[in-house]
Design a protein around this ligand. Structure first.
Ligand SMILES: Cc1cc2nc3c(=O)[nH]c(=O)nc-3n(C[C@H](O)[C@H](O)[C@H](O)COP(=O)(O)O)c2cc1C
Length: 147
């Protein structure tokens, strides 16, 4: 049996135009539903922070593919845990940018004025993503695109 997992990792962006973000989201929304995967992708201050939820074997296989993606580097797993319930089940891949409205939330989890997810503890990473998801549910599609 394959338990349900929530995994969170952070990485540094190596090359990124808006077309790249668009491509990543398109791939996620095309592939993740059929795999039973949900999640959230944050893009801020030159870093990605992503949560993935679903069957362990599928998460592991997707992460192996994502690691080979040259649009980012220095990927580090922050959190990997068996779960009973999804936090991001509304989204095949919710997407959050740092903007004026949610900036204080990012900075509340940062050591200085720059968001640096590679230094987050697993617990903090999960809390931040959970808060961003709540924020998105309240504000609607303005901050996280459903899909
Ligand atoms: C930060 C980051 C997150 C990604 N997340 C996903 C994802 O959730 N699902 C996915 O299928 N591909 C994701 N990708 C893209 C994969 O690396 C890969 O390009 C894609 O899965 C290839 O599938 P395609 O040929 O259907 O586009 C991500 C890439 C990056 C850089």
């Amino acid at each position: 049996m394959d338990p349900m997992i929530r995994m969170i990792y952070a990485s540094r962006i190596t090359q990124l135009g808006s077309a790249d973000v668009h491509d990543i989201l398109n791939s996620s929304r095309r592939n993740n539903p059929a795999l039973g995967l949900s999640g959230m992708l944050v893009f801020a201050d030159g870093f990605f922070l992503q949560a993935l939820e679903g069957a362990r074997s599928r998460i592991n296989a997707l992460y192996a593919r994502i690691l080979r993606d040259t649009r980012h580097a220095d990927s580090a797993i922050l959190h990997y845990r068996e779960i009973d319930k999804r936090l991001f089940g509304d989204w095949s891949m919710g997407y959050v940018l740092s903007n004026e409205k949610n900036r204080s939330l990012f900075l509340a989890y940062s050591l200085d004025a720059r968001f640096s997810p590679l230094t987050l503890s697993g617990t903090a990473a999960e809390q931040l993503l959970g808060e961003l998801a709540e924020h998105a549910r309240i504000l609607g599609a303005a901050t996280a695109t459903a899909g």
